[in-house]
Design a protein around this ligand. Sequence first.
Ligand code: GTP
Ligand code: SPV
Ligand code: MN
Length: 611
Amino acid sequence: MSILETTSVVDTDGPSKNPAINEWVRDVALLTKPDRIVWCDGSTREWDELTKSMVAQGTLIRLNPEWRPNSFLARSDPADVARVEDRTFICSERREDAGPTNNWRSPFAMREELTTLFAGSMRGRTMYVVPFSMGPLGGPISQLGVQLTDSPYVVVSMQLMTRMGSAALDLIETDTPWVPALHSVGAPLVDADGTRHDDVAWPHNPTKYISHFPETREIWSFGSGYGGNALLGKKCFALRIASVMARDEGWLAEHMLIIKITSPEGRVHHVAAAFPSACGKTNLAMLNPSIPGWKVETIGDDIAWMRPGADGKLRAINPERGFFGVAPGTGITTNPTAVDTVWGNTIFTNVALRDDGDVWWEGLTPKAPAHLLDWQGEHWTPSSEGPAAHPNSRFTVTADQCPTIADDWDSPEGVVIDAILFGGRRPSTVPLVSQARDWAHGVFMGATMASETTAAAEGAVGRLRHDPFAMLPFCGYDVTDYFAHWLEIGETLGADAPPVFSVNWFRKDADGRFVWPGFSENSRVLEWIVRRVEGSVETVDTPIGQLPRLRDMNVEGLSLGYEELQGILSVDRAAWLREVDEIDAFFGEIGGERVPVELRRQLASLKANLR
Ligand code: GTP
Ligand code: SPV
Ligand code: MN
């Protein structure tokens, strides 16, 4: 960590080899007026100093080192607990480039507005310069960025979630592309007239802006300290800005997990899968197969950057260094791998605190402790009204602590993707698994995904909405152009394009219970998918795609009746005709004629086949 006082920084050269970075840091400091500037090096010492000072300040609670060494609990402000989609903007020069699914503002108007908000916004605080790499340092698919932030919580989180520090800064030469990512919680400690305030545990501002400038590849985030709003390498860079880079350069930036599957015969396959927020990516990424002989290893749990390689095959990297995983529902029976991963060196946000100084959340253990402090620090017992942990409470931890991490998880060239999965929370209609007839049909499956909303974003939970490719909140440009881009990637890949599947773990029965047991039992679906990739099982052709023959599904030892299985592996024509109407309306909403003709043709033939 190298520290500069603001007054001196104006005439001091920064440590970057890239003069544009030094200049930008200086300009932002002149605008935001922090007391000090700290260039972060990513060292253990830096982590220790920052966590220690946040404990002293009240932002972090040190957990009992006996149970959870070097780990901390953060309690956010109740008004800052998730991504804010209605405050997220794509500021392309032309409104139509942002498309109908994004909030749009003119970049000129937005910069002006943000400049006013950022003026003096860091008064009394430290501005941290956080250089980072998305993807392995120096890797051919990796990208560099620099985040400026006045939140030390963000700094330590970025240390876990990205390759952060001096090594990343050293890679940015004068001509190296890098993404500037400016962040302030918008809570200065000193007023313009010099009045100083005490700090609070979780500073934020009721006015929030998560703004992206795709043409100049910049991010400006104001007012929130939470997750995807504030850890700007993640959704803002690795998805919204990167999707624009990917469109321009012929690759894909996706909301996908990546796993490595080894069959009992020892054959290795890699699978990428897109599910909307809080719909099962981390869980599938860490899957512990219930069927003998199968092994699943983790490569990534949230984001995949994929591009056709020199061999013509689709290759993927996980651009992240860690996991920002949903805590509730993560337990010893559902995801023991995640439970093992967070043994220490972990930041927990908005979970409950046990009396013994460890953490707890709904689903960690079958039985809740008799007494806890809930996510807001209030006394909680099992008879209390609300949950002890916030539904979007999370753990932040590096990937290398995951016991199932694959040895090639950080391979700079990435892994060859053998199958792509799309899934969502669908209580009805969508079967457990089906295969697309070809790439174009697979793109149609991705484009027409819908899922129930979750606590990962502010707003109502459980509302079914279209979420194409699980990218609705993350695509940095017009979603119909994004569909066209996916179709073009298929042209490039040709016969090497991986097969595409639709999956749904969330079918419910008449009593509202999940029909499919999910979690480790999802390995049975992976087995069928691998058998399809290997070409060793046949399918049943239906209007919506190719479904498994029931006899090919491994249900040995599963307490699921034949009829229940048949129910989630068949096509309900009436429901699908309603689905067709929904898709029709959705295509109309996102621009009708702008939807690629191939996808409109797919919809027409689906409709015809159902009748
Ligand atoms: P983001 O980090 O928000 O992108 O979410 P994610 O897609 O990684 O979701 P995650 O795996 O964290 O799962 C979210 C919730 O879904 C958790 O509460 C899980 O327990 C639950 N879940 C995951 N897999 C399954 C499953 O197979 N069946 C059921 N019923 N629930 C599941
Ligand atoms: C999601 O909402 O999809 C997440 C959490 O993975 S956040 O980083 O907040 O976007
Ligand atoms: Mn996500």
